[in-house]
Design a protein. Sequence first.
Length: 201
Amino acid sequence: MNRARIAYTIVGLIILALLAYYAVTVTRPAVKMPSAFPVVVQISDPPTVPNGTQSLLIGYSSVGVLFSNSTGSAKWVYSKVNGTIDLLSLVNLTKTIANFTLPSNSLVETLLFNVTKAEITINNNTYPVTLPNSSIFVHVFGNRIDQASSLVADFNPTVVTIITNNSTPIFVMVPSVKAVIVPGINKTASKIGSVSKVNAT
């Protein structure tokens, strides 16, 4: 008789444990994923320039990103920002030039800069710089957007000097840009125009 009571007790305890497990794991409300996350666009790294260069300015009128959602549908979005960057000032620094809000689980595929002008100052003389195209498209590496993220563009163009028959040289910029999605947003980089150290936290 005692054995039967013990067996019933054990069975009852097992049933209570299963009910508690079911209540915790099955009926627990699901954690809802945010529908969108902020993404900031940052430029980093200096260019390769001729000796005596004091500044290399690039003016831009807008920044765009091409992203695809979980179904594979792609869409362009644009930030109507404008400004000027001295690429020589970005030694071990990043500068935030645009921000977006992108859907959760989206994949950023391409970054676009619309350049309005470029000029270089060498030995206190300023010259215009020619670009092959005013629109610079950059392939983006990285995972899908599942949290606030930074899109960091390693902008490292080369400025080539062309000597002409007259005394004024011609300068041509050969763009070289790599871009990657980095999870998280640097606490000093959330605002457009802010400058922060590379890998700072």
